[in-house]
Write a protein that binds this ligand. Structure first.
Ligand SMILES: *[C@@H]1O[C@H](CO)[C@@H](O)[C@H](O)[C@H]1NC(C)=O
Ligand SMILES: *[C@@H]1O[C@H](CO)[C@@H](O)[C@H](O)[C@H]1NC(C)=O
Ligand SMILES: *[C@@H]1O[C@H](CO)[C@@H](O)[C@H](O)[C@H]1NC(C)=O
Ligand SMILES: *[C@@H]1O[C@H](CO)[C@@H](O)[C@H](O)[C@H]1NC(C)=O
Ligand SMILES: *[C@@H]1O[C@H](CO)[C@@H](O)[C@H](O)[C@H]1NC(C)=O
Ligand SMILES: *[C@@H]1O[C@H](CO)[C@@H](O)[C@H](O)[C@H]1NC(C)=O
Ligand SMILES: *[C@@H]1O[C@H](CO)[C@@H](O)[C@H](O)[C@H]1NC(C)=O
Length: 462
């Protein structure tokens, strides 16, 4: 299984871009020129960031077959080894987590939650230079050559966002002449010791290029007619080509022989070639704009992003449950995955995963909230945040079974139904409700059957 020949692993000039934020995935459709040009996605990581590598193509789901992560620490010098997740008891202390294991007690609870145990993302918290290397994810049984979830992760200096240049293609030409031309001339011709070493001893050719992400969506909403715009980012990269052989490379140089490109802001580049690093690490990236055509689609464009940006004061989703005592409720925070930071709160207090302070209220390590054998004490307001975004508020009412079918309770339901219809955009798909004692709970149809005289009062709810 580990027979992937590292000698084969050259490089590509693609960037893990489709990926959102810290989450990196591979594009299924890549502009592949040659097979060895398609072996991995280049990933830039900064010190202390959280990095999530996904074991599937962008926008697709994991197929839940067992998989393992492997790592090559030093390209061209090491054999791959299996990534060992940290085994601290406290998940918050773990720097490296593989989400593959389901502990038995959670497995029992999570029978209904097929989705949550199928991701195999590799999560690296607080990225350090020791985490750089080539990572890949392989199925335990199959080895489908077409599936390449390979990532070459390098540590880079943080970019100063205020210094990113942008504009149309003409502006990019100016950017090219201002930044790339002078640097490329030095790399080609300088008699500086380092430049000569790279060219004549290592026999490598360095050349600055813009490494383009795919175009973003066409931004139409809020733009005047004919002024819609789409953008793509060009990362400053050094393309490396080999022209000749030297049989005795120093260890630190081997990386540059094995890869086909390295970020202008690579920490490794600055360490091995400080002069070249000084020259390239200050070169900003470029965001190219281009006009485009389309119709305004707020969801696709993320116009509703206010929620996602955490700007909104209210919760995005609201939901109300009326539960008979002793019933169970299972809640998954909407729009979250295992890679997000999910915080459940009850009465202003955070509910910690795995903490067993209250046997009736549990959060497992997959951030699923369980209300078990509920009593009136557990009534109230449960909220969840996803990465600091106020995502969902669940108000839980608990009623004694004796009151379940009284006229008063039915009115209560109607009142709640009225609230629900005001907040009609309630999110349901992410919510999994299990009614272990479903027979003790009546739905609206059953209530109507039993109390036909109240029909008019709650018919509008059906
Ligand atoms: C990891 O990073 C977070 C924030 O980036 C920080 O609060 C935390 O202290 C760091 N942990 C360690 C062990 O360095
Ligand atoms: C990186 O690894 C080396 C050797 O294993 C170790 O001495 C060093 O403390 C590690 N650095 C970090 C930041 O973890
Ligand atoms: C980023 O660049 C701006 C303008 O050049 C400068 O004022 C600011 O201090 C820089 N920030 C960092 C973190 O270097
Ligand atoms: C780029 O934008 C400038 C004005 O900002 C304009 O004069 C120029 O024609 C544009 N170039 C192209 C190729 O659209
Ligand atoms: C090969 O590279 C080493 C340094 O890595 C250098 O000392 C040596 O002169 C080079 N050999 C050739 C033939 O260029
Ligand atoms: C790189 O820059 C730093 C500070 O900006 C300087 O101290 C160092 O001498 C430079 N290194 C080289 C090789 O030019
Ligand atoms: C529920 O809790 C949230 C924050 O924890 C608070 O903003 C909200 O007002 C509460 N709602 C109710 C109905 O108690």
């Amino acid at each position: 299984m580990l027979t992937i020949s590292i000698a084969l692993i050259f490089s590509t000039l693609l960037i893990g871009t489709c990926s959102q934020g810290n989450k990196k995935c591979r594009e299924r459709i890549r502009p592949v020129t040659t097979n060895d040009g398609d072996l991995y996605e280049l990933i830039d990581a900064t010190l202390d960031q959280k990095l999530v590598l996904e074991c599937h193509y962008c926008g697709e789901k994991d197929d839940s077959r067992p998989r393992n992560w492997y790592k090559v620490n030093k390209m061209g010098l090491n054999e791959p080894h299996e990534v060992q997740p940290d085994m601290e008891n406290n998940p918050e202390l773990n720097r490296i987590q593989c989400i593959v294991l389901l502990s038995a007690h959670i497995a029992a609870l999570a029978r209904n939650l097929a989705e949550v145990n199928t991701e195999h993302s590799l999560i690296i918290n607080n990225f350090t230079e020791n985490d750089t290397g080539l990572y890949y994810c392989l199925g335990l049984e199959q080895q489908d050559e077409s599936e390449k979830y390979n990532y070459l992760v390098d540590l880079v200096y943080e970019i100063n966002q205020t210094e990113i240049e942008s504009g149309n293609i003409s502006a990019w030409m100016r950017y090219f002449y201002d930044y790339f031309e002078p640097a490329n001339e030095l790399l080609r011709l300088s008699n500086g010791k380092e430049y000569v070493h790279v060219r004549e001893e290592l026999k490598l050719r360095f050349e600055l290029v813009s490494q383009w992400e795919p175009w973003g969506t066409c931004e139409v909403c809020g733009h005047a007619k004919g002024e819609a715009v789409r953008k793509k980012r060009g990362h400053c990269y050094i393309k490396i080509t080999q022209n000749g052989k030297n049989t005795s490379y120093a260890e630190e140089d081997v990386y540059f022989l094995k890869v086909k490109a390295v970020s202008c802001r690579s920490v490794r580049l600055s360490r091995v070639f400080p002069g070249i690093g000084n020259l390239t690490k200050v070169i900003p990236d470029f965001i190219q704009h281009e006009s485009c055509e389309g119709i305004c689609n707020p969801d696709a464009e993320g116009v509703n992003r206010g929620w996602k940006m955490g700007k909104s004061k209210a919760f995005k989703y609201r939901k109300t449950f009326v539960l008979p005592v002793e019933s169970h409720l299972t809640l998954v925070c909407p729009e979250s995955t295992l890679d997000n930071e999910v915080t459940w709160k009850y009465r202003g207090k955070a509910l910690h995963a795995g903490a067993a302070t209250n046997p009736n209220v549990l959060v497992d390590t997959f951030n699923t909230l369980y209300l078990v054998d509920i009593t009136e004490e557990q009534a109230g307001n449960y909220t969840c945040k996803v990465d600091d975004i106020k995502m969902q508020q669940v108000v839980v009412f608990v009623v004694p079974k004796s009151r379940l079918l009284t006229r008063e309770f039915v009115r209560h339901l109607v009142y709640l139904g009225f609230i629900l219809s005001l907040t009609g955009t309630c999110y349901c798909a992410g919510l999994i409700v299990t009614w272990n004692r479903r027979k003790t709970f009546k739905n609206f149809e059953e209530l109507i059957d039993e109390h036909p005289e109240d029909r008019g009062e709650y018919e509008h709810l059906l």
